[in-house]
Design a protein around this ligand. Structure first.
Ligand SMILES: CC(C)(COP(=O)(O)OP(=O)(O)OC[C@H]1O[C@@H](n2cnc3c(N)ncnc32)[C@H](O)[C@@H]1OP(=O)(O)O)[C@@H](O)C(=O)NCCC(=O)NCCS
Length: 183
């Protein structure tokens, strides 16, 4: 797997030394799932899923850690997966596990790097993402990269004891190459 370098962050494959820290984020619903469903594996299952992800297009495991280029601090994780058995597109997901690192543009830069990497290495014409309609940082991150809101899936996600509507976002290869708004 490639290392993806941006101005402020670097995306690199997870190594064994990263896993305890990421797993700790995964055990804190306020960190990983303020607007999402929450479920945890055992550490061994989590480590296995990370190891197997490169060979599994539908894996939801983290595929890259996000580290700051200034000091190498691991601030987040990103992933991608093929969500549909017939339609051909890839969805991205993203978490900045260190709350102090949020709001500095790291999330958008990381997702921009991942998006460009997917268009460079996969044959898909569309990269997408979904997020709870109340997850303002998530959809603003996407919109800043040129992702377009394509619709709303009603009552599609159950979390915090209720059903939630979900926005569907997408970005085509042509849109990404013709406009590089930010990151
Ligand atoms: C979503 C997340 C990755 C955003 O990362 P980030 O590095 O903080 O985001 P950025 O600094 O790149 O900012 C992206 C946009 O969100 C906005 N934003 C950031 N924090 C915000 C907040 N608390 N409230 C409102 N907008 C916010 C920024 O202003 C920016 O939009 P703008 O340029 O149009 O003003 C981060 O908030 C996170 O990890 N959240 C928890 C996990 C999660 O919800 N993941 C997404 C699941 S779909």
């Amino acid at each position: 797997m490639a290392v993806l370098e941006g101005p402020a962050v670097r995306l690199r494959p997870p190594v064994a030394a990263d896993l305890e820290g990421i797993f700790a984020w995964y055990n804190d619903p306020d960190i990983v799932a303020p607007f999402d469903r929450f479920a945890t594996d055992t550490f061994d299952d989590f480590a296995r899923s990370v190891a197997e992800a490169p060979g599994d297009p539908v894996s939801l495991a983290p595929r890259y850690v996000v580290e700051t280029r200034t000091d190498g601090a691991v601030v987040g994780v990103v992933g991608h997966y093929r969500p549909h058995p017939v339609l051909e597109f890839i969805d991205v997901w993203y978490i900045l596990g260190r709350p102090a690192a949020r709001g500095r543009g790291y999330g958008r830069e990381a997702v921009g790097l991942l998006t460009d990497h997917l268009f460079a290495t996969e044959t898909v014409e569309r990269v997408g993402a979904t997020c709870d309609v109340e997850n303002v940082p998530s959809y603003r991150l996407l919109e800043g990269l040129g992702y377009r809101r394509e619709g709303t899936l009603r009552a599609a996600l159950f979390h915090h004891s209720a059903w939630h509507d979900v926005y569907v976002y997408g970005l085509t290869r042509a849109e990404r190459s013709s406009a590089r708004p930010r990151a």
